[in-house]
Design a protein around this ligand. Structure first.
Ligand code: NAP
Ligand code: ZN
Length: 364
């Protein structure tokens, strides 16, 4: 994991010289308001003034960012002659900053070229997280929405940021729902990574430590949100980073990719969409390799039942009914999919179909 990651309260101020070393022109990429609401932008602007850094802000990134907004941001950064790009926000602005860094260094590139990987240079990127979920700060993945409205990610070693900052104080402005959707995303990363064919001792250690710490705090956030302390926020944030490190090594497995469909079609936030089939993943893994699944429950200290209870508590009841026609239409998405192949136990798209029929029956 090649990212220089610094975490803790007031962390930007402590590393301002490292920012200055990246050159005097920073192009900042954010969503509409979280950079301001979290307090991160004000801290950065103060540092830019102190270090004499010129900057321009692009705040046009929406959730599930479009490739076209990244092209626009990248071309603006090129015109500004930025020496580096800074993304501030949740996973959406962070992922957009990674892609914009590609377009800024390759201003002729279009969407097709981005996905075809016909590029081999990027501007340096610095990421400042304001949610505690995606772990995008430490991954080489940028999840974007293409011109057909499909969520499609780009993976490339050059997409790792050079620096990332995780000040848990920036996550304090998240309300209950956002804390739970993003925290659930972290939980699914930690869990899916454990059941990836690429899991190894180190990634599993990240998964176990992250889940042990995260689950009690997600339970607390769900039941007594106002009691969450600064320390709790820090623990949740660090669990999200452990999740990012775990999936940076292993990738995600099928529930994440199935979740993309539910975000595209029903606008379900990424974290909740990714968790729709987490319970089914656990049941499936128990049938494939009971010993491995039991080791997961033992080492995390969390039973399947406790997992299920938490998921039931945080996930809203979605009024979704999938017709047989819709299923026949969407199941081919998971026939040759990398995350499906990456799942321990060789799951098939037919089995995913059974899970979806059970969860979202055609009639009430
Ligand atoms: P997000 O989409 O970045 O933001 C969701 C909402 O939260 C936005 O309205 C945002 O406001 C707001 N927000 C952000 N920080 C806040 C704060 N501190 N206080 C109050 N509101 C705040 O959410 P996310 O869940 O972090 O990111 C999801 C995206 O990341 C998805 O596209 C997902 O596919 C992707 N992802 C990427 C990776 C990876 O490895 N790269 C991994 C998992 C997920 P603004 O609109 O104002 O910003
Ligand atoms: Zn995710």
């Amino acid at each position: 994991m090649p990212v220089k990651l610094y975490t803790g309260k007031g962390i930007l101020e402590k590393h301002k010289e490292q920012l200055a070393e990246l050159g005097g022109r920073c192009f900042v990429i954010t969503g509409k308001s979280s950079a301001v609401r979290s307090g991160a932008l004000a801290d950065i602007q103060r540092i830019f003034e102190e270090t004499g850094t010129e900057y321009e802000i692009y705040d046009g990134i929406s959730v599930n960012p479009s490739v076209s907004s990244c092209i626009e941001a990248g071309r603006k950064a090129y015109a500004f002659q930025a020496s580096y790009i800074m993304g501030i926000g949740g996973g959406s602005p962070l992922d957009a900053a990674k892609a914009a860094a590609v377009f800024a260094a390759n201003p002729e590139l279009d969407e097709k070229g981005l996905y075809a990987m016909t590029w081999n240079r990027v501007l340096p990127t610095v990421l400042v997280g304001t949610t505690a979920g995606t772990g995008s700060e430490v991954t080489k993945v940028s999840v974007l929405t293409n011109s057909e409205g499909r969520k499609k990610s780009v993976h490339h070693d050059l997409l790792y940021p050079v620096l990332a900052f995780g000040d848990p104080a920036y996550t304090a402005s998240m309300g209950r729902t956002l804390t739970l959707t993003t925290g659930t995303d972290a939980l699914t990363h930690l869990t899916e990574s454990f059941f990836s064919k690429k899991a190894n001792d180190i990634s599993r250690a990240c998964s176990i430590e992250g889940i042990r710490n995260l689950i009690p705090l997600l339970e607390k956030a769900a039941d007594h949100f106002d009691d969450l302390t600064e320390e709790d926020r820090e623990t949740i944030y660090n669990a999200s980073i452990l999740g990012g490190m775990a999936i940076a090594a292993t990738g995600t497995v099928f529930p994440h990719n199935v979740g993309y469909y539910f975000t595209e079609e029903y606008q379900i936030p990424h974290g909740f969409a990714s968790a729709l089939l987490t319970d089914d993943l656990l049941s499936f893994e128990e049938t494939c390799d009971r010993e491995y699944a039991d080791a997961f429950y033992e080492r995390t200290g969390i039973s399947h039942e406790r997992f299920r209870k938490l998921l039931r508590k945080v996930l809203p009841e979605y009024e979704i009914h999938l017709s047989e026609e819709t299923l026949q239409d969407i199941l081919p998405r998971w026939q040759n999919n990398g995350t499906v192949k990456n799942t321990r136990g060789d799951i098939t798209s037919e089995e995913i179909g059974k899970m979806l029929r059970r969860k979202f029956p055609e009639t009430e």
